[in-house]
Design a binder for this molecule. Structure first.
Ligand code: ZN
Ligand code: ZN
Length: 94
C-alpha cells in the first residue's frame, strides 16, 4: 500500500495575531477535505463568516441583524446592530 499526501482545509481567524482555527472549539475534526466543509463547520460553531473573512467568537464583528451587513452600522437601544436601512425599519416599529 502506498502513502500519498492529501490537502485538507482549515478556517483561521482573520483578526491580526489570532491563531484560533477550526478544531479549537473541541469539535471532532480540525480540518476538512473541502473548503466549504471547513467554512460550514466554522460558521456552525461560534465562528463568524463575513464575505470572505472569518472571525472567531472573541473577534466577531457586529453585523446587521436583518441582512448581515457590517458597514456603517448603528447600535439600537436594545444592543443589536443594524445597517442604515434596517435601523429605520426597527425604529419605526412601535
Ligand atoms: Zn480571533
Ligand atoms: Zn440591514
Amino acid at each position: 500500500m502506498s502513502v500519498r499526501e492529501v490537502t485538507y482545509y482549515q478556517v483561521v481567524c482573520d483578526h491580526p495575531g489570532c491563531t484560533v482555527a477550526t478544531g479549537d472549539d473541541g469539535g471532532p475534526h480540525s480540518a476538512w477535505s473541502s473548503r466549504d466543509g471547513a467554512v460550514w463547520d466554522w460558521t456552525c460553531g461560534d465562528g463568524q463568516t463575513v464575505d470572505d473573512r472569518h472571525y472567531c467568537e472573541a473577534h466577531r464583528v457586529p453585523e446587521c441583524c436583518d441582512c448581515g451587513a457590517t458597514d456603517s452600522l448603528v447600535k439600537h437601544d436594545d444592543g443589536d446592530h443594524y445597517c442604515p436601512t434596517h435601523i429605520l425599519t426597527v425604529r419605526s416599529t412601535p
